[in-house]
Write a protein that binds this ligand. Structure first.
Ligand code: SF4
Length: 383
């Protein structure tokens, strides 16, 4: 029986960061009803029953992820109640990776982490974004770098050593030097994992409305920041394994790897996405819909070979010809290989007897390359 990941979306934040378009609300009065609804869904699967096979509860669960939003704002009692209910109603493996996302500015983080660790949480993802206080402030973050360090220490004190820090590049006022300060800070904390995201200005956010007032680095500068980050982290023991992710050996995120390996996961909660029994579906971005037991919506088909190519090429190990053949019973289309050669000549992609993989320069223009390769795949398969 194939393994399964569990994802719980906790859509609560203390406020709204000016760049964020994730679904989140601030109303604390919803904390308790939301916890009850999540536990009810874990027990009864009433909202997504029609989309799940009867034996879902028997599938070995080897990763659990509490994402948000801000699970640390929701509180340890709520996180642990959901985790304990999941342990009763799913076959969670003893060595499962159990991650909780935290904001370093959440109050009582030490108590939160120790309570979570006692209940089985063994991985923490902390939203640092920048170690430069003025940059963090510009992103609406209240914790200073000292608080980020306290959060790392609190996790270690609770016995959680699998810690990830999030870093953003291309943010207002960032320079090569300030980025270097953040990178050095990150390495000095000794954490074994980092996720690095490029700021993207999304419609509907405060940043989108005020983009003309932001002192944003231009695209070329942000590209240089990305290469600076990849180079520095690789040289300091955090090897890049995915376009945005870096880890010491053995600390790669097992849960997030499920997404790139096209493995299945069940996502519960408002705005949570799932890929189960070959189907992708998502709950609406509404706490009240979830409380009212609205069913998730089926999305366009997932799990096909085009999606697989796209996901595999996000990772440094790239796309293996053998695994592609094993999974889809055919070779990768010749037209894709021909186009891949074109990018290989420009140092954006590596092609060898085992498969294809993007270089650091290739990751920078991955959208263009992937669209082109998928066009070739599509053309060949519609002939
Ligand atoms: S804490 Fe995270 S999820 Fe919440 S508003 Fe800020 S960026 Fe968005």
């Amino acid at each position: 029986m194939d393994t399964l990941g569990l994802y719980f979306h906790i859509p609560f934040c203390k406020g709204k960061c000016p760049y964020c378009d994730f679904y989140s609300v601030t109303d604390k009065s919803l904390f308790e009803p939301y916890k009850d609804a999540l536990c009810d869904e874990i027990r009864t699967k009433s909202r997504c029953k029609s989309l799940l096979a009867d034996d879902i509860q028997n599938r070995p669960v080897d990763t659990v992820y509490f994402g948000g939003g801000t699970p640390s704002y929701w509180g340890a009692d709520n996180v642990c109640a959901v985790l304990q209910t999941a342990k009763t109603h799913f076959a969670i493996a003893k060595d499962a990776e159990i991650t909780v996302e935290c904001n370093p500015s959440s109050p009582d983080l030490e108590a939160f982490l120790s309570h979570c660790a006692e209940n089985g949480v063994n991985r923490v993802s902390l939203g640092m974004q920048s170690a430069v206080d003025s940059e963090r402030k510009g992103l609406g973050r209240t914790a200073d770098a000292a608080k980020v360090l306290c959060a790392v220490h609190a996790a270690k004190k609770a016995g959680i050593h699998n810690i990830s820090l999030d870093l953003m590049i291309g943010i207002p006022n960032q320079t090569k030097e300030s980025l270097q300060e953040s990178l050095q800070f990150l390495i000095d904390t000794g954490v074994p994992h980092a996720s690095v995201y490029m700021l993207s200005i999304e419609e509907g956010t405060f940043f989108h409305k005020n983009a003309h007032r932001l002192n944003l680095p231009d695209d070329d500068t942000t590209a240089q920041f990305y290469l600076q980050t990849v180079d520095f982290l690789n040289r300091n023991g955090l090897s890049q394994y995915e376009i945005s992710n870096f880890a010491r050996p053995g600390f790669e995120s097992r849960h997030n790897s499920r997404y790139w390996e096209q493995e299945e996961y069940l996502g519960l909660g408002a705005a949570a996405h799932s890929f189960v029994n070959g189907k992708r579906f998502a709950f609406s971005r509404s706490v009240s819909d979830f409380l009212q037991k609205k069913e998730p919506q089926l999305l366009d088909c997932g799990g096909d070979n085009a999606e697989y190519v796209l996901l595999q090429l996000r990772m440094n190990k790239g796309l293996s010809y053998v695994r592609y053949r094993q999974k889809f019973g055919k070779d990768l289309a010749q037209s894709v290989l021909l186009r891949a050669e074109k990018y290989a000549k420009h140092g954006l992609l590596i092609t060898d007897k085992d498969g294809l993989r993007l270089t650091a320069d290739g990751f920078l223009v991955s959208n263009t390359i992937l669209c082109d390769l998928l066009d070739a795949l599509d053309d060949e398969e519609t002939i």
